[in-house]
Design a binder for this molecule. Structure first.
Ligand code: PLP
Length: 273
């Protein structure tokens, strides 16, 4: 039994691998992912795809890691350790994205992959060069779940997502045209209620479900997309069904948003339970 103040136990048999960029602020990227994994009680491993120079206000610079180093990190790790789920975030460049695709061939079959298809930071900085977008589109076919925000869904499916019907068409395209196992289109960029759209495969085709979102006041919060995909990956690693893992992940991020705090002079940071 866990009492007040008792140390959280790590489910030693469960680990999640994050393949993502470094964010020195700890609000997004691999530093944030590892905090989510720890907070939800699994071991976290990490392969860094890029360094960024950033503070809580903006991304100053993006420095992709040598592609061969990304490939070696992944290959050597996956030959030794078998994560229960993989979360992919920022891939930075075409060569790095290709290295990740190649390195993932070493994974055990049936390991669920949650892909946060990071294209831009909130300040507009490009976090994946445009010529790499087709590689990202190809990677979608390998995923259990892809979690684009509205601009990413629009860019990846070339559908106008400004209406709910448009978002539904984009979600269906992510499954039927790009081969995702499931898609969660995040509604945070929507005017009005920030409802998310979950698309899963049912016996009769794509099933769409709108999930009611809550706008938490207080201004921008950094790294919510990273935290959501990471929390969902933990759920899948622990054997939850996809809708259950999505539900747990959304609640985890909502709690973090309600408790968010400013540590610098820019965006606030999620506070993990
Ligand atoms: N930096 C890194 C390394 C990231 O992975 C991300 C988002 O995925 C960001 C920055 C952007 O975070 P935000 O969207 O909060 O600006």
């Amino acid at each position: 039994m866990r009492g007040h103040g008792a140390p959280r136990t790590i489910a030693a048999m469960h680990s999640v691998l994050s393949i993502a960029g470094s964010d020195p602020t700890g609000g997004a990227g691999i530093q944030a992912d590892l905090q989510v994994f720890r907070s939800l009680g699994v071991h976290g491993s990490g392969v860094i795809t890029a360094l960024t120079i950033q503070d809580s206000k903006k991304v100053h610079q993006v420095l992709p890691i040598f592609p061969s180093v990304v490939l070696d990190q992944l290959r050597i790790l996956l030959r030794d350790m078998a994560p229960n789920a993989v979360k992919i975030g920022m891939l930075a460049s075409d060569d790095v994205a290709r290295s990740v695709v190649l390195g993932l061939q070493e994974r055990k079959p049936d390991v669920p992959i949650v892909l946060d298809p990071v294209l831009f930071a909130s300040d507009g900085t490009e976090l994946l060069e445009r010529r790499a977008w087709p590689v990202l589109q190809g990677l979608i076919a390998e995923t259990a779940l892809v979690t684009p925000n509205l601009p990413e869904a629009e860019a990846l499916t070339r559908r106008d997502v400004s209406t709910r019907r448009g978002a539904e068409a984009a979600a269906s395209a992510l499954l039927e045209e790009l081969g995702a196992g499931a898609a969660l289109i995040k509604g945070g960029h929507r005017e009005g209620d920030p409802d998310d759209l979950l698309a899963t495969k049912g016996p009769t085709g794509v099933e769409l479900r709108w999930l009611a979102g809550e706008r938490v006041p207080g201004g921008p919060v950094h790294g919510t997309g990273c935290a959501l995909a990471s929390a969902i990956a933990v759920g899948l690693a622990l054997g939850k069904s996809l809708p259950e893992a999505v539900d747990v992940g959304r609640k985890f991020v909502l709690r973090g948003l309600r408790a968010a705090e400013a540590l610098g002079s820019g965006a606030r940071f999620l506070v993990y339970p």
